[in-house]
Design a protein around this ligand. Structure first.
Ligand code: MOS
Length: 762
C-alpha cells in the first residue's frame, strides 16, 4: 500500500491516488520528447560564450564535415520571425531578446546557431565544432556592476500598476516608539526542472504540431503563430505530461518558433533536446533581489509604520519584475505604509516566474524583519503576528474573503512544540549542536482565470472531460476527474480526463496556482449543464430547482445525498427519454471579477488571471504558518534542518493526498532556498557558474528527515464555485524566513542574505 494519505476533514475531497500514477511509475507517460515523429531531424543549439557584444564570424567548415549534418542556421541565414511582446506587456514571450535575428549578443548562453542533423549525436558533434569569433564588450552582471541602470518598476511593466501606500509613513516612522531598519538579499535561482526544455515541431502541410513541455498551451500556440505570421488555428501544442514546471514553462521562449521555422524550411520534423546547462540561459529564472524594510511599532507590538523597498534585476530590454510589495504591504494591520519597487537592468537573460515569484523574496524580507522586531520588543514572534493580524487589508480596506492565519499558527505551534522553546538565542543545545526554533507567516494570493471545458457522458456512466489544462506534477488530472465524478455522481474510474492539448477547450496558464480553482470551477459548471439536460428529459414539466441542482446525481447516489433522502437519476431512463447515446456539453466560465474581454482573450492565449489583492470588493489569499528547527554545529558551523512543520488553510482541499504533496514539496523547497540554492554569477563576465545539477545545490532525502503538513478545514464560498484557494505556491514562501529566524535563535546571528551556508556563520 502507499504512504498513508491524510484523512479528509470538513470541506475536503477524498485523498484518491493520482490519476496518472500508474503511467508515470511504469514509464508509460509520454513526455514531449517521447512523442513519435516520422523521420525526424535532430537539432542542437550553439549558445554564446560571451554575455555582451557581437558575433564577428562563424567558421562552419569543420562542423559541416560531420557526417549527417543537414543545416547550420545562424543569424546570416535564419528564417525571419515576427516579434512578440513580453507577456506582461500584452504579448506571449518570456523574453523579447530574439536570437538569430542579428549578430548582437544580449546575454550569456544566448542561442547563436542551430545545427540540424540526421542524429542527435551528429548534431551535437557538429555544434561542438562550430567556431565563433566574437567582439566582446564588458557586461554588467548584477547589482552594483558598472553600467547597470535603475528605474522604478511602475510605468515600465504594465502588470506592475502601483507602489502601494497609505497614510503618512515618514511621520509615523519618525514618531514610532520602536523602530527597525534592515536590508535583505536573495540570490539568483534556477528552477530548471527534471524534464529538459525540449521542443519537437512537425508540419502537415500548413498545420504545425508542437510537442513541448508547457504550462500554457494556448499561450504557446498563439505566440508561435504570431512569430511565424500564421493563423493560430494552424498551430497545435500537445503535452499530456510535463516533467515539472515551477514557472519555467509559463511563457514562450524563443526556441520554439525558430525550430518550427527551420522544420518548415527543411520539410522535416525536428526534435530539439537542449542540454541541462543551456536550460539556465534559454529560459527564465528567479532574479536576485534586494530589500530595505522599515518597521515602526508601539511598545505593545502594534505596527504603526511599514516601508518595503525592493529592487530586482532584469535584462536590458525587458522590464520583468515580481513586485511582491503587493503582498507585503497588505499582510498586517498598519495605518502608515509606503513602498517602492525598482528594476535594475543588466546584461542578463530575462528573468521570469519561479514558484511563488513575488512572495518568496519579498516575504523573506518582511518575515525576517518581523522576527527582528519581535526580538526588539522582547515579544514572542507568534504574538507579534497575532497583535497585527487583520481581517481587512490596510491599503484600500477591502476584507479578506477568509483568513485563517492565526489558526494555522496555533495548530503548527502545537505540533512543533513551540512552547518548549526558551526565547533567548543560544539557549538550547544538544551536545555540539546549537538548536534554534523559528517560524514565519506564509501566504499566497488566490488566483482564478477564465476557462472552458467539454464534458461527454455516455449511458453507461463513462465520462470524458476535455480541457486544455496542464499536468505539471501537481495532480491536475486527479482533481479534475474527482470533480466530474462528484458532480455527475459517476464512479471515479469511469472518468477519463484529457488535458495538455491546445485543440481542447482553453484553460489558463498553469501559473499563479490558479489551475485547480479555474479548471474545477468550469468542470463543475459544465457537469451541471449535463445534469440539467438529463433532468429535463426525465421530468420535462419541471425546471431544475436549486435543490435538484444540488442533489441530482447520476448512476449512483453519494452517501451524503442518500442520507438526505435524495435519489440519483436513473441514467438509462434519462438517455432513453432523450433518445441519444451520448450527452455532451461545452461551457465557458469566468471569475466574477474577470474583465469583459476574458472570453475572447482566453481563446487567444492571453492571461487574464484575477484574484489576490486585485479583486473588486475583497482580497483573497491562502495562509499558513511554518516552523523550522535548525541545528548549527558549534565548531564546524554546519547547518541542519531536522524538522519542518507547516499548517495551512486554503479553502476547499480538493484532494488531501495531492495537496499534501504540494505543501510538503513547498516546505522542502523553502528550506532548500534558505540553505542551499543559488546560481553563482561570475561578475567579470556575467556568466552563470554552477549551471548543472551537481553544483546547483538541492536537498536530498537525508537533508529533510521530518516534514509535517497540517491542513486546516476552511470554507470560503466567496472565492470561486470550487471554493478552492491555490496552494501549489503557498508553502515555499515563509520557509526562507523561518529558517533564518531559527538560525538567529540558535546562534544569535541574524543573517539577512540567502542562502545561509556554514561560511556565513561566525
Ligand atoms: Mo508558478 S511560478 O506561477 O508556475
Amino acid at each position: 500500500m502507499t504512504a498513508a494519505a491524510p484523512e479528509p476533514k470538513t470541506n475536503m475531497g477524498q485523498p484518491v491516488p493520482r490519476y496518472d500514477a500508474a503511467v508515470k511509475v511504469t514509464g508509460r507517460a509520454t513526455y514531449a520528447s517521447d512523442m513519435p515523429l516520422a523521420d525526424p531531424a535532430y537539432a542542437f543549439l550553439v549558445t554564446s560564450a560571451i554575455a555582451k557584444g557581437r558575433v564577428d564570424r562563424f567558421d562552419l567548415d569543420d562542423a559541416r564535415r560531420v557526417r549527417g549534418v543537414i543545416d547550420i542556421v545562424t543569424h546570416e541565414n535564419a528564417p525571419k520571425l515576427k516579434e512578440s511582446k513580453l507577456f506582461s506587456n500584452g504579448g506571449y514571450a518570456g523574453t523579447t531578446i530574439q536570437p538569430l535575428k542579428s549578430a548582437d549578443i544580449a546575454h550569456d548562453g544566448q542561442i547563436i546557431a542551430v545545427v540540424v542533423a540526421e542524429s542527435y549525436e551528429a548534431a551535437r558533434e557538429a555544434a561542438n565544432r562550430v567556431k565563433v569569433s566574437y567582439t566582446a564588450t564588458t557586461p554588467s552582471a548584477t547589482f552594483d556592476s558598472p553600467g547597470t541602470t535603475t528605474a522604478a518598476a511602475k510605468g515600465q511593466n504594465a502588470q506592475f500598476k502601483e507602489d502601494p501606500k497609505v497614510g503618512d509613513f515618514a511621520k509615523a516612522f519618525d514618531e514610532a516608539e520602536v523602530k527597525l531598519t534592515a536590508s535583505y538579499d536573495t540570490p539568483t535561482q534556477h528552477h530548471n526542472p527534471m524534464e529538459l526544455f525540449s521542443t519537437s515541431c512537425a508540419w502537415m502541410g500548413d498545420n504545425l504540431v508542437i510537442y513541448e513541455p508547457s504550462q500554457f498551451v494556448y499561450g504557446l500556440k498563439n505566440g508561435v503563430a504570431e512569430q511565424l505570421g500564421i493563423d493560430a488555428d494552424k498551430v497545435r501544442v500537445v503535452n499530456p505530461y510535463v516533467g515539472g514546471g515551477f514557472g519555467s514553462r509559463g511563457s514562450m521562449t524563443p526556441r520554439t518558433a525558430i525550430i518550427a521555422a527551420i522544420a518548415k524550411r527543411l520539410n522535416r520534423p525536428i526534435k530539439l533536446v537542449p542540454t541541462r546547462d543551456q536550460g539556465f540561459t534559454i529560459t527564465t529564472y528567479r532574479a536576485e533581489t534586494r530589500h530595505e524594510i522599515k518597521l515602526g511599532a508601539r511598545r505593545d507590538g502594534k505596527l504603526v509604520a511599514l516601508r518595503h523597498e525592493g529592487a530586482e534585476v532584469s535584462s536590458r530590454p525587458d522590464p520583468y519584475c515580481v513586485g511582491g510589495t503587493k503582498t507585503t504591504t497588505r499582510l498586517y494591520a498598519c495605518p502608515n505604509v509606503d513602498s517602492l519597487v525598482s528594476i535594475v537592468r543588466a546584461d542578463r537573460n530575462t528573468p521570469g516566474f519561479m514558484r511563488s515569484p513575488p512572495e518568496v523574496p519579498y516575504l523573506f524580507a518582511l518575515e525576517s524583519a518581523m522576527d527582528e522586531l519581535a526580538v526588539k520588543l522582547n515579544m514572542d514572534p507568534i504574538e507579534l503576528r497575532r497583535i497585527n493580524d487583520t481581517t481587512v487589508e490596510p491599503i484600500s480596506g477591502k476584507p479578506y474573503t477568509s483568513r485563517s492565519l492565526m489558526a494555522c499558527f496555533d495548530e503548527a505551534a502545537k505540533a512543533f512544540g513551540w512552547a518548549q522553546r526558551s526565547s533567548q538565542p543560544k539557549s538550547m543545545s544538544d551536545g555540539d549542536w546549537l538548536i534554534g526554533y523559528g517560524c514565519a507567516t506564509t501566504c499566497y494570493p488566490t488566483h482564478m482565470g477564465p476557462s472552458a471545458a467539454r464534458v461527454r457522458l455516455q449511458r453507461d456512466g463513462r465520462t470524458r472531460v476535455e480541457i486544455a489544462g496542464h499536468e505539471i506534477g501537481t495532480g491536475a488530472y486527479t482533481v479534475i476527474a474527482q470533480t466530474a465524478a462528484e458532480r455527475l455522481g459517476v464512479p471515479l474510474e469511469k472518468v477519463a480526463v484529457f488535458i495538455g492539448d491546445s485543440d481542447l477547450p482553453p484553460a489558463p496558464v498553469a501559473g499563479g496556482s490558479n489551475s485547480t480553482a479555474s479548471t474545477c470551477s468550469v468542470v463543475m459548471m459544465v457537469c451541471d449543464q449535463i445534469r440539467q439536460r438529463l433532468f429535463k428529459a426525465v421530468m420535462p414539466s419541471q425546471s431544475l430547482t436549486d435543490k435538484a441542482k444540488e442533489t441530482v446525481g447520476i448512476g449512483q447516489t453519494p452517501a451524503t445525498q442518500a442520507a438526505k433522502g435524495d435519489r440519483a437519476l436513473d441514467l438509462e431512463k434519462a438517455f432513453d427519454a432523450l433518445g441519444v447515446g451520448v450527452v455532451e456539453e461545452y461551457g465557458e466560465w469566468k471569475p466574477e471579477d474577470a474583465p469583459l474581454d476574458s472570453f475572447r482573450a482566453m481563446h487567444s492565449g492571453q492571461v487574464r488571471l484575477v484574484g489576490g489583492h486585485a479583486m473588486k470588493d475583497q482580497i483573497a489569499y491562502a495562509f499558513g504558518a511554518e516552523f523550522v528547527e535548525v541545528r548549527v554545529n558549534r565548531f564546524t558551523h554546519e547547518i541542519r534542518a531536522p524538522r519542518l512543520v507547516g499548517a495551512f488553510a486554503a479553502g476547499r482541499i480538493m484532494n488531501p493526498r495531492t495537496a499534501r504533496s504540494q505543501l510538503m514539496s513547498g516546505l522542502i523547497w523553502g528550506m532548500s532556498s534558505a540553505l542551499l540554492e543559488a546560481t553563482e554569477i561570475d561578475e567579470r563576465n556575467a556568466r552563470y557558474v554552477n549551471d548543472n545539477f551537481a553544483d546547483y545545490l538541492v536537498p536530498v532525502n537525508a537533508d529533510v528527515p521530518s516534514v509535517e503538513v497540517i491542513m486546516l478545514s476552511e470554507q470560503d464560498d466567496r472565492i470561486n464555485p470550487a471554493g478552492a484557494k491555490g496552494l501549489g505556491e503557498l508553502a515555499n514562501v515563509g520557509t526562507n524566513a523561518a529558517v533564518c529566524n531559527a538560525i538567529y535563535h540558535a546562534t544569535g546571528q541574524r543573517i539577512r542574505k540567502l542562502p545561509v551556508r556554514l561560511e556565513n556563520i561566525e
